[in-house]
Design a protein around this ligand. Structure first.
Ligand code: MF3
Ligand code: CO
Length: 286
């Protein structure tokens, strides 16, 4: 999603006794660090709700993995996603979200993200496609995406897909409790650059769970020790978009959604929803 950049505080109502966590976060806040607002910390019940939503979301992606094939249209993927999601008592989060017309984002080759499924888009041998699935179950949101390769692709495109996946894993490892969002982006960008690729800067990961897009912005580049403090109980996505060429992108002005690389070279993205724990990130969309 596009960046939001809202600044709020860790606020403890007057008269309420400070917990150890309050004291710890306030000490960061007093040093001038960007900290989450307290309502970004999910309760264990909320985390379980998001995890249940994530189970449906993963079911959708597993189904797509089974069914995707050369000659299929991206609209057929949309239909699979809609039917499975609704069949499991859930709602596809993209459908009608800010006017998005379909149930899933399908982004082929030079499309970075937010591609709209279409009857006229037929998958062909060598295509790489991101399928970005987001689910609402009992009011809880989960969000994850994977890349699929149609048949066999070129070594360059295969490497792009693989490195983007490694970027997600490396970003996940870089996220530590009471570290910072910038630690994630820093690790991701280093790995992409090392492999000769670039990282999209205009779109980021995001808090998720009670809404589709919450704070913080999770940029996939940046400096260690910058961005929001990572506090146990925060739930957010990491979803690096890695470009074969330049990092610059534009939005298709005809549909207002499809994000495309400026140089029209391919782009790849993987995404999970995570909860920060005392020990590091746990994936909620396995
Ligand atoms: N799933 C996308 C994300 O990861 C958001 C898509 S918004 C939509 O942030 F409307 F295009 F679905
Ligand atoms: Co997302």
């Amino acid at each position: 999603m596009f960046k939001k950049r809202i600044r709020r505080n860790w606020f403890v109502p007057k008269g309420e006794e400070l917990t150890e966590l309050d004291k710890k976060v306030l000490s960061f806040q007093n040093r001038g660090c960007l900290v989450p607002s307290r309502d970004l910390i999910k309760t264990p019940e909320q985390v379980e709700g998001i995890r249940r939503s994530g189970v449906v979301n993963t079911g959708v992606l597993d189904l797509v993995a089974q069914e995707i094939h050369e000659g299929m249209t991206t609209l057929e993927i949309d239909q699979l996603v809609y039917d499975y999601t609704v069949g499991h008592g859930a709602i596809p989060a993209p459908l009608n979200y800010e006017g998005f017309p379909k149930s899933v984002c399908t982004s082929v080759n030079e499309v970075v993200c937010h591609g709209i499924p279409s009857e006229s888009e037929v998958l062909k041998e060598g295509d790489i496609i991101n399928v970005d699935v987001s689910t609402i179950l009992d009011g809880y949101y989960s969000d994850a995406s994977r890349m699929f390769v149609i048949g066999k692709t070129t070594p360059e495109k295969q490497k792009l897909v693989d490195v983007a996946r490694e970027c997600l894993e490396i970003g996940m490892e870089a996220a530590r409790p009471f570290g910072f969002v910038g630690d994630i982006g820093n690790a991701i960008e280093k790995h992409a650059k090392k492999n000769g690729f670039s990282v999209v800067r205009d779109l980021c990961g995001h808090g998720v769970g009670l809404e589709f897009h919450e704070e913080p912005d999770v940029e996939h580049f940046g400096r260690k020790g910058t961005g929001m403090l990572l506090v146990p109980g925060m739930v957010f996505t990491i979803e690096p978009m890695v470009n074969m060429g330049d990092w610059r992108v534009f939005v298709d002005e005809e549909d207002g959604w499809t994000v495309v690389t400026e140089d029209e070279l391919p782009s790849a993205q993987w995404e999970h929803t995570f909860v920060m724990t005392e020990h590091g990130l746990e994936i909620l969309t396995y």
